[in-house]
Design a protein around this ligand. Sequence first.
Ligand code: UD1
Length: 373
Amino acid sequence: MYQKMIKLILVVGARPNFMKIAPLIKAINNHNDSDGKNSRIKYRLVHTGQHYDNNMSDIFFQELDIPKPDINLGVGSGSHAEQTAKIMLAFEPICLKEKPDWVVVVGDVNSTVACALVCAKLGIKLAHVEAGLRSFDRTMPEEINRLVTDALSDLLFTPSEDANENLAVEGIPASKIRFVGNIMIDSLVQKLPLIERSTILEALGLPPSNFIYVTLHRPKNVDNKNNLKNIMDCLQEIAVDIPVVFPVHPRTEKILNELSFGKTHGNLNGLNLLDPIGYIDSLNLAANARLVITDSGGLQEETTYFRTPCLTLRPNTEWPITIKLGSNRLTDLPNLLCDVQQLLSGPLKLGQIPPLWDGKTSERIICELAKAI
Ligand code: UD1
């Protein structure tokens, strides 16, 4: 029987990309294994190397069963222009050699926009997973990455109705948009048995439902020494009443090292600073915490799935659905203590899971890509 062959390049670069690519690879393998299909999908996995430490990259490959990348561009850290340009320079020859039918990029990091630009210039079809999200805050590098990537994409896979509406307002034709749901939740659902078996609570001596899980890495929160000091003072105050566990991103670590908190990673009277943790442990903490305080996009989504109350320390979010339907609420430093107290005295579980956050998003995407050639 005649079989169509579709060749994809899948791009990963930074920590939040890995849990979005892992389910796509599984869905491709399932597609190729299943009987009665008239197309086969071949893929090459490209890691830009934007994130490179073991606990920012390798551990996610192991935990999420992602195969070793076929190509690692090894670009590493740098200014935005430097990093984006290095990725473009390294990715262009790969595209020319591999001649993919489609390049698939995910999320909103510099790797996403850099590879999108290369595809647009070479006339290679581009699919963006997690398209249409907007914080309407152009001071965030991710917002620029989202706007540019979406403007250049030929197929836009959206996680929520608000994303569809944003794209429509920007003039993206409906024929390019596919509302497929949230791919992060595919990884979460696939790994639930392992997440439940994580022993991180015992290892850290944390009682279920009686601790706060904190992650902070946004430049606006952590790059300014005074600002981060004020946040840390507030977290110490909170930790007097309830244990606080805070795995520290390398960007945050740099500034903490200049503050009194830096070198003493460990338990500071209930405020426990850790090195970055893996996917399985992070989700166990998100599922079991009494409350999460974060500025990460991923944790806003994951806490909404677990219905764990979440305070996002940002003036805006590209995930308004997590506020409208889920368990998320925005806060700022002056209101943080008061908001924590209010949520601690409220229900253990909040909100509802948004439509199509059902673990089947990657199947829907692969089905659309198989039709698109
Ligand atoms: C990037 C993404 C952000 C995402 C975050 C998740 C952009 C613009 N930002 O931010 O959207 O939420 O990843 O982590 O793409 N570093 C290490 N080891 C690593 C990687 C980084 O030490 O493996 C340090 C370097 O000092 C680097 C700094 O962290 O300069 C920042 O890394 P970078 O990738 O530039 O941005 P993130 O803050 O991680």
